[in-house]
Ligand binder design. Structure first.
Ligand code: KG4
Ligand code: ZN
Length: 366
């Protein structure tokens, strides 16, 4: 006679994983150790970020050759510090995660190759992480945000709105048809004679300026020329600012404030459209009256004016906003370790040691 049947557990056992993360896709050399259970929040045992800003500042932007050489010189010691601060050796890890793209290929190769060597030497699983997935899941590391959520990803290389339904479920609602929003901040800073990186400099200058001083364009936003999609465009805004700066003497504070106000309007308008698309897409999981979650991630998410405006929009649209703290919005390795943890926690196999670095790797392709 068969005995009484025990119900199968509905979830995987809640065993915390401890992961080393390595990030070298742009101008930050970073290593971190995180521990936790998906969906988070997790614990950051160490988070070392060595910024190469000074090395690139004279050129007004990141120079790929300088970046990869600097990663190569410092990465070993950054990893050593991350393990020391976490009080661990390689033996205490459950896996080693590294950014495998998208990004500057020389830098990605340095980080990924180092991770492969460590994984091989220590006999630990290698997890090749998509950098954008790192930004996307940071709000799970910090706030334990549940799936599904709407993601506004705003960084130096990307500007996208995505519905995130699971670890491998990304649905693209809109992306930029020209510049990324962080790039627009960086170029604006250059036009106005502000230092690199431009985002924090423009935000600081804007705090003392009049956002209505100059009437700058809001490309693709409601009004004439309006598009019903959630796509972004920033190049017209940048060109208008350049022309303005060439034809009249503009105050840096007023120009910064006017530029930032235009960016805020563009981001809010596109996000509002994506909120509708997200509600339709996930209608089964999220009945109409249930609050949904808007996650804002990437370097530009550390901008306080943008965060405040999106927070107000979210309240009007029955969304809750989750924005990680600034040091986890800009590039770091804690987010890479956490994305690796999420992948391992799904039971996914480790990546092969010949996994290739990628300069391009859209999230929606996952
Ligand atoms: O995510 P991130 O560190 O690197 C990329 O993956 O691109 O983002 C860097 C970008 C830069 O363009 C920088 O100017 C922008 O984020 N940024 C900001 C702020 N802090 C960084 N933009 C606006 N306001 C800020 N406070
Ligand atoms: Zn980034």
């Amino acid at each position: 006679m068969p005995g009484k049947l025990h119900p199968l557990p509905l979830t995987m056992p809640l065993v915390p994983l401890t992961i080393l993360g390595i990030e070298t896709s742009c101008d930050e050399t970073a290593a971190a150790v995180v521990r936790g259970v998906a969906p988070g929040p997790g614990e950051i045992l160490s988070n070392i970020v060595f910024s190469q800003t000074e090395a690139h500042a004279p050129y007004g932007g990141v120079v790929p050759e300088i970046a990869s050489r600097a990663h190569l010189e410092i990465l070993d010691s950054v990893i050593g510090r991350a393990l020391d601060e976490a009080g661990l050796t390689l033996a205490g890890l459950d896996g080693i995660a590294a950014t495998a793209g998208p990004g500057l290929i020389g830098g990605v190769m340095v980080g990924l190759t180092t991770a492969k060597a460590l994984a091989l030497a220590a006999g630990k699983p290698l997890i090749a992480v998509n950098h954008l997935m790192g930004h996307a899941f940071t709000a799970r590391l910090t706030h334990g945000v549940a799936f599904p959520f709407l993601l506004l990803l705003v960084s130096g290389g990307h500007c996208q709105l995505l519905g995130v339904g699971g670890v491998n479920d990304f649905r693209l609602y809109g992306s930029t048809i020209d510049d990324a929003v962080g790039e627009a901040f960086d170029k604006t800073a250059k036009i106005l004679g502000l230092p690199y990186p431009g985002g924090p400099a423009v935000e600081a200058a804007a705090a003392h300026g009049n956002p209505k001083a100059f009437d700058l364009p809001r490309p693709l936003v409601s009004g004439h020329n309006a598009r019903k999609s959630a796509d972004f465009s920033f190049s017209g805004l940048k060109t208008a600012l350049r022309q303005l700066a060439q034809t009249q003497s503009v105050g840096v504070a007023d120009a910064s404030a006017s530029f930032q106000a235009a960016v805020v309007d563009i981001l809010c308008d596109r996000t509002r459209i994506a909120m509708g698309l997200f509600r339709e897409d996930f209608a089964d999981a999220l009945p109409a009256a249930t609050p949904a979650t808007l996650v804002v991630a990437g370097g530009v998410a550390s901008n306080q004016a943008i965060g405040a405006a999106l927070g107000a929009l979210a309240r009007r649209e029955n969304f809750v906003t989750r924005i990680p703290p600034p040091r986890l919005c800009t590039d770091n390795a804690a987010m890479i370790a956490w994305a690796g943890l999420e992948r391992l926690a799904t039971g996914a196999a480790a990546d092969a040691l010949d996994v290739a670095p990628r300069a391009r790797w859209p999230l929606a392709s996952l």
